[in-house]
Design a protein around this ligand. Structure first.
Ligand SMILES: [Ca+2]
Length: 383
């Protein structure tokens, strides 16, 4: 009944919304280890969607498109015009409008946080920026957008911006930042390239950050030695920050992020250059003083968005982690014994699409974005 109702609504929506074609095709079934998957397209016609955030009270979700648009997708699949008030983004290569997250106090403050590539650097280069604006009551605009953090100097010609936003239980904001494909900067504590930072929601720096007070060190830094972290999420059972990042050719990693630690790049890596040559700075897969990956893939799936599954709806998925894979075009499911990964399953391979983001919806389904010219939002569950 639920499925029929959704399809009817999708068809009506398709007639009403002429500017953006909606896909009203039926759900697809795909076999999986835990039962038959039901994969339902909610909306297509998205231009390289990058991230989504659910609004409260069934108001749908905000979806970023990398070229620079933020849109509202209704639970019935309706797709809004781009919201106004979104900053101008530097949309080249991997750059553009990236992550979106709601303030933990969204119902009171209506603040929406965005990460994006910002231009204006030397020789036309760009860096990652983080800002926030207030979502209007009619859901058509971000008001009073303000930047709260920027990578300076800007070093990217199109690669490795990160970036994900995660609020922890105490309300601190973590941001994962790529090293702009300027490898040594991941070890430079006077730069925000290749770091995880921890700030207050207004951008101020907490006094108890690990490097506060040190000369020539950015006080926002929480951990360093990251390469291109395009996934992060708060472990709902431990409250710890988990991050994933792209290795070069090989060596994609999942890391549990601890205060002040060095995660190794480019000194320690399981990968090599795309050319087949070693990474010039690399000293080995493990290097003293650096934290080895919690879990590593010798062959890179191309990791992106990450979600812990803690909903009641699908018991077979409880205490699992899902990660989007761009290169292998799959949704990765990880199973654990405690924190240790003991099993991996690859899902959605039949879609043949780059999986950019995955989030758990308030209804306990997974919601997945595909990074394509004609990108889609899919609802994924078990039948
Ligand atoms: Ca590492």
């Amino acid at each position: 009944m639920l499925r029929k109702g959704l399809l009817t609504t999708l068809c009506v929506s398709a007639m009403l919304a002429v500017s953006h074609p909606l896909l009203a095709s039926p759900s697809r079934e795909m076999d999986s280890e835990k039962g038959m998957l039901e994969v339902t397209p909610i909306v297509t016609g998205l231009d390289h969607p990058w991230a989504l955030a659910f609004l409260p009270d069934g108001q749908g979700m905000l979806v970023t498109e990398r070229p620079g648009n933020l849109r509202l997708v209704g639970v019935d699949g309706t797709l809004s015009e781009p919201l106004s008030g979104v900053p101008k983004v530097w949309a080249k290569g991997q750059g553009g409008l990236l992550d979106v997250a709601l303030s933990p106090d969204f119902k009171q403050d209506r603040l929406v946080y965005l990460t994006y590539a910002e231009g204006g650097g030397p020789e036309g280069k760009a860096g990652t920026a983080v800002g926030r604006g207030r979502l209007s009551q009619d859901l058509t605009a971000l008001k009073d957008f303000q930047v709260i953090l920027r990578q300076e100097p800007k070093l990217s010609v199109g690669n490795h911006f990160g970036s994900r936003l995660v609020f922890d239980r105490d309300g601190y904001l973590f941001v994962t930042l790529g090293e702009n494909n300027d490898r040594p900067t991941a070890q430079d504590l006077d730069k925000l390239q290749g770091k995880v930072v921890r700030i207050y929601p207004d951008g101020r720096v907490p006094d108890d950050n690990p490097f506060v007070g040190q000369a020539n060190v950015r006080p926002e830094i929480w951990s360093y030695g990251q390469r291109n972290p395009q996934g992060a999420a708060l472990n709902p059972w431990s409250g710890t920050l988990w991050e994933n990042e792209h290795g070069p050719r090989g060596g994609d990693e999942v890391n549990i992020i601890e205060r002040g630690k060095n995660y190794g790049w480019p000194l320690a890596t399981h990968g090599i250059n795309y050319s087949g040559q070693p990474i010039p700075e690399a000293k080995g897969k493990t290097v003293d003083g650096t934290v080895p990956p919690h879990h590593v893939w010798e062959k890179s799936p191309g990791l992106s968005g990450m979600a812990f599954y803690d909903a009641d709806r699908f018991k077979a998925w409880q205490h699992n982690v899902f990660i989007g894979a761009l290169v292998s075009q799959e949704l990765i499911r990880l199973q654990f014994d405690g924190d240790k990964v003991v099993h991996e399953e690859r899902l959605l391979g039949e879609l043949n699409k780059r999986i950019r983001d995955v989030r758990q919806g308030p209804d306990g389904y997974l919601y997945v974005l595909t990074d394509e010219d004609n990108g889609g939002l899919y609802r994924v569950g078990l039948k």
